[in-house]
Structure formats: C-alpha cells, structure tokens
Ligand binder design. Sequence first.
Ligand code: UTP
Length: 406
Amino acid sequence: MDFQSAKNFLSRHGQMHLLDYYEELTDEQRGILLNEIEKLNISVVENINSNAEERTGNLSPIPARSLDDIAINKKSYEEAGLKLLRENKVGAVLLAGGQGTRLGFDKPKGTFNIGITRKLSIFEQQMNNIKDVTSLAGRCFPLFIMTSDKNNGDTIAFFKENNYFGYPEDKIHFFIQDTEPACDFDGKIFLSEKHRIALSPNGNGGWYSSLISSGLDKVIRKEGIEWLNVYGVDNVLQRICDPAFLGATYLSGCACSSKVVKKTCAEEKVGVLCQQNGKPCIVEYYEMPAELASLRGGDGELVYRYGVILNYLFNVGALDRTLSNKLPYHLAKKAVKHIKDGKLVEPTQPNGYKFETLVVDMVKMMGSCLAYEVEREREFAPVKNKTGADSVESARALLIKNGVSL
Ligand code: UTP
C-alpha cells in the first residue's frame, strides 16, 4: 500500500493519527507501517458498539453430571476414557497465547515459578498432571501448544531447556495464534511504536482455526484423533485428558463438554455454563446480568451455579462442521502500552480494548455440551493475579492441600 492509499483508507475510518509520525520515519520503517496498515482488520474496532445483552437473552440453567452422579458411574466412565486414550483417539491443546497482564509477569505465564523452596514452573506442574494420565493409559497423547507471536520463542526455548519435562518431544507441537489491533475507549487504534500498530493476540477462541492454518490438522488426521481436550495455562490443578471426563463425554453423545465447579458466590469472576434458547452457552462474568448471577432456587443454591474452568473436550468432527461459522469478538478492557506525544506510555490500569474471540463461544456452536462437575479444591487453582483471589498465593495454598511439595 502506498502512502496516499493509506491516508485515504485511514481518513475514511477516522484513524489518521496512525500516520502522525510518518515524516520522522526511515524508509524501512515507513514500509513496515504501510504494510501493517494494509493488513489491518479495521472492521474489528466496530465491535466497540456491539451489545452484550444480545448474548444474554433467554437464558436458562443447564443440568449437569453432578459429583454424586459421577461417583456412581466413575468406573464405567474411566474405562471408556482409557479405551479412547489407548486407541490414540485423544489429543490435548494448551492455550498459552495470553499476555497475563493481571499477573504482571513479562515472560510466558507457564514459565512462572509457582514453587517456594524449589523451582516448579506452571508448565512443569501441568506436565506432571499429564504424566499421571499417560502412566495410567500406558501411552502418551499429542499435545498442541498455542502461543502468541509475543511469547512463542520464549515458550519453545523453555520447553527445550527443560528437556520437554520428560515428555516425548515428537508428541509436542507448537503453533502461533493470530492478532488483532488494540484501541482506546473511543475506538482509536494504538501505535506500539511510531511505525508499528499495537497488535494483540486475538483471544483463545481462534485456537482451532490457528491450529489448522499452521498445518497441524495433518497430525490430527494422521493420528486419527477424535477428541481434543482444550485447557488453559492458568490452572495449576488442571487435570488433562482425565479418563472419567473423556468417558462421560463420549458416552453422553454430546459434541463437547466442559468441566464446571460450583461458584462460591454470585460475584465470582468465572464464566457460567447455561443454556440460551435451549442450546448450551457460556456467559462471561462481566456479561452476566447481576439479577441472574445472584438468583437463588428453592434449595438456596445459585440457579446459575456452574462456573467453567477452561477445560473442554471437543469432538473433532463437530469442530470441522462449524469451522466456517464466525466467532463474535469480545471487548477486553486491558492496559495497553502505546505511543502518545512521541513517547511510550505504559499504563497500569486499563486504558483501552483488545479484541478477543473466546473458546466459550465455540461451545454454543457445538449445539450440545455435557456439563461435568468437579471438586474445585482438587481441580481449580487459577493463577490470574499477583495477590488476593485467584493469585499465586491462593494457587500455592491449593497445591499444598493437594499434596504437591513446593
Ligand atoms: P485470560 O483470559 O486469563 O487472559 O486467558 P490472559 O491474557 O492470559 O491474562 P490477562 O487477562 O491479560 O491477565 C485464559 C487462557 O486463555 C489463554 C491464556 O494463555 C490462558 O490460558 N489465551 C488468552 C490465549 O491462549 N490467547 C489469548 O489471546 C488470550
């Protein structure tokens, strides 16, 4: 794109400020900027005016496989799950492309040391959890790790330095997720440098399309994988490819499933699995109407009580059938580094929006979802913040409670 075309394009979209420093740039920098403008998905900032209410109309609670149901059927679920694992029909996808801004750690979150007297990275802790399953099943499953362009190099280097935590290297596949521009609260796109647009990972919802665009679907087809267990890097108690969860999902006939925990209180910051117009859906905590979040049934329990913990199973055939569907963009209020008056500003409080598609929206597209309850004290120890709720401190306490020496 040449300068004049960029100018016309930006002025049509009210983004002329992206050329504020053009005069000061070298030829090479000008080329980089014009190229980024050409590739800009400008329509994404129009989402600023999208209405969350549309996503939360006609909600109803979802029935779940409760802890009691699961205890009764555990043996048959486990057998069915182990069979799938032994037939190599299962793979796992680790979502590790986030920026972990709340934790304020500038390396990939998985490299964070959760140990106290010894080194134990979040990645290592999760790989240890995987090994519990692989030793039970007697075989290793493929692990796909989604990174972002910002943390891909560091993530791969960390796995290498740590000898892939004893997991077969050829079973681990890294891929990079796509990006979208970030903007201020008025929709003005930020510059991260005078010649670069501020781009951020586009949320965890793009994992399947990014996996395909990186060519890794060939591995899925070659190995005959039918189920993918998608999980987040945040949770240090995450059980990955849990045989009982796999088996219960398979036997339910659902296209996907989600591990859920009972919310501790109406205000807890977790997405809630429920139904919209009879179809499964997950409503993020910041989009859930307060009167529904606090609604209690005759038994005194929250009606919308099942919080998701970013541990899902997706049927690969069902994923393929929904690939052409577009996921909606969510606005995430974040602290975005940017150039202002020629200088780099590094805010500590949210100053704008990043645009993210979310894995939770894929659940709706699947049409059917099994809600599978797990004990939060045994399976949910998120590391989101430095201190307080869902923090390094609370995750350490839960690890210790679960017998992990730190
Ligand atoms: P979060 O929603 O907690 O986002 O991610 P985050 O970027 O890691 O952290 P904050 O909000 O900036 O503090 C939940 C999971 O989704 C992954 C994260 O790595 C984490 O496992 N994720 C998030 C991605 O893989 N890509 C993204 O673009 C965003």
